[in-house]
Design a protein around this ligand. Structure first.
Ligand code: ADP
Length: 342
């Protein structure tokens, strides 16, 4: 089983011709609600490939929370450890996008930040019997770390995606991650300002309206936040990977958008570039989560494959997700994928 400990967010998206000024009310022409949050996204992708999955998360005792639970069930995800709390609202991202694709976004993590050690304890059986436990940083970081520790103590494989990137990541995250999978920016840096900018750039990837996807593809984030090295090419990605290995991970994967991934392993002296197939990307939002979810699936169900092969297959899955709009709505199901991926 794949167990994901992480976030659920409801995206509330309004499309307008221009962004409102302070105090102004304007008319929009379209509104839609999307299911997001890195934890849930990754779990959904794993489930759609056929993994038995559990999501350990917290939503509000509100209609968004109820809808989210339904969405997880529709994706065949076990909701036994989805907590609903009256003390905070379901996490939301309120997004306004103008006709040029510019946006303003307010994220309220809400219930996500109330997921706690007690919740993990209640789920300890499922965590300790999992094949793979997957964590990110959209919940309280100490809770993610604890989940990784519980998994490690039971010999369960740990896959950690340090997103959104944190400037002062607890060094224990490196030692408790069997696989440390970051994107270009998550791998590098340290100041709160660049973290903030990074977050904003990441959020801009919520491209619902226009050509922003292209812009997002050209930008390089994650690895940079952790190491201070901006990743502009494959050599930078190698350098960042080696740096992260030295901090105690066994294997580092740096995702590189259209370039695929760089894999840096403690067991192999030569880093490996695993390219992604050439596709026509229409919206890369959530591609990283599709990749992580797919990787968790392969780790759990095809443990005999080489890591390179797992990454190659996960690239294929994620590259399908960039060819359709939206986040979870773009994630492929097993039946829609080439059967040689299974
Ligand atoms: P994030 O969404 O976290 O920024 P990336 O942009 O690095 O992550 O993308 C994650 C993975 O998605 C890549 O490693 C690759 O497999 C796939 N991917 C992303 N963009 C493209 C693209 N334009 N073409 C093909 N595959 C892509």
């Amino acid at each position: 089983e794949v167990v994901v400990v992480g976030s659920c967010m409801t995206d509330l998206v309004s499309l307008t011709t221009r962004l409102p000024k302070a105090g102004e009310t304007i008319l929009g022409h379209k509104f839609f609600v999307g299911f997001g949050g890195k934890g849930a996204n990754q779990c959904v992708q794993s489930a759609r490939l056929g993994a038995k999955t559990s999501l350990i998360c917290k939503v509000g005792n509100d209609s968004f929370g109820n809808d989210y639970v339904d969405n997880l069930k529709k994706n065949s995800i076990s909701t036994a450890f989805v907590g609903q709390t009256a003390d905070a609202a379901t996490g939301t991202a309120s997004i306004i996008v103008n006709s040029e694709g510019q946006n303003v976004i307010v994220i309220v993590p809400g219930a996500n930040l109330l997921l706690n050690f007690e919740d993990l304890k209640r789920a300890s059986d499922v965590i300790c019997k999992a094949k793979v436990v997957v964590c990110q940083l959209e919940i309280t970081p100490a809770v993610s770390l604890e989940a990784l520790k519980m998994a490690r103590a039971s010999g369960v494989k740990t896959l950690f995606n340090p997103a959104p990137a944190l400037a002062d990541l607890d060094p224990q995250f490196y030692t408790y991650s069997d696989i440390f999978c970051c994107n270009e920016t998550e791998g590098t840096h340290r100041t709160p300002v660049s973290c903030f900018l990074n977050a904003v750039r990441k959020l801009l990837c919520l491209d619902y309206a226009s050509g922003l996807a292209k812009w997002c593809n050209g930008s390089h984030f994650g690895a940079e936040i952790l190491t201070g090295i901006p990743v502009g090419n494959l050599e930078d990605a190698e350098k960042v990977g080696r740096m992260l290995l030295e901090r105690g991970c066994k294997l580092v994967i740096v995702t590189l958008g259209a370039e695929g991934c760089m894999m840096i392993s403690g067991d192999e002296p030569i880093p490996k570039h695993v390219p992604a197939g050439k596709v026509r990307a229409v919206d890369t939002t959530g591609a990283g989560d599709s990749f992580v979810g797919a990787l968790a699936f392969y780790l759990a169900y095809y443990p005999k494959l080489s890591m390179e092969e797992m990454i190659r297959k996960s690239n294929c899955v994620a590259s399908v997700s960039v060819q359709a709009p939206g986040t979870q709505s773009s994630y492929p199901y097993r039946k829609d994928l080439p059967q040689d991926l299974f």
